[in-house]
Design a protein around this ligand. Structure first.
Ligand code: THU
Length: 125
């Protein structure tokens, strides 16, 4: 399963982003080891701190369907600037993935990281 399919799904999800406050539309797609893709978008709230980021939406959708083993996470933002996941998302990614590529894509560039790079000395139980 290629990165292109994940990007296509992440872009589709970004179209559903509920982002009336930031205007920042994000979509994520995660590939399971069995070859299924779960996607998600950011869902904002008037009480800003309740916002759920796209990557957490995608991961929580997958986990709530019983998925536990993942192969690749891709996050797309409809912007020219590249970004990396927020701290809360890094902790959630760390909970459910182990050494998978985490690809961030903007309209101009893309880069792949590992969770160890994004969240060194992570908190684990
Ligand atoms: N956002 C994501 O969905 N993922 C990220 O990795 C960074 C931020 C969302 C949250 C909020 O809706 C908007 O982008 C601006 O922070």
């Amino acid at each position: 399963m290629g990165k292109e399919k994940l990007l296509q799904e992440a872009k589709k999800s970004a179209d559903n982003a509920y982002a009336p406050y930031s205007g920042f539309k994000v979509g994520a797609a995660i590939l399971t080891q069995s070859g299924k893709i779960y996607s998600g978008c950011n869902v904002e709230n008037a009480s800003y701190g309740l916002t759920n980021c796209a990557e957490r939406t995608a991961i929580f959708k997958a986990v709530s369907e019983g998925e536990r083993k993942f192969k690749h996470l891709l996050i797309y933002v409809d912007s020219d600037k590249l970004f990396t996941p927020c701290g809360a998302c890094r902790q959630v990614i760390n909970e459910f993935t182990h050494d998978i590529p985490i690809t961030v894509v903007s309209n101009k560039q893309s880069k792949t990281f590992s969770i160890k790079e994004l969240l060194p000395h992570s908190f684990d139980l």
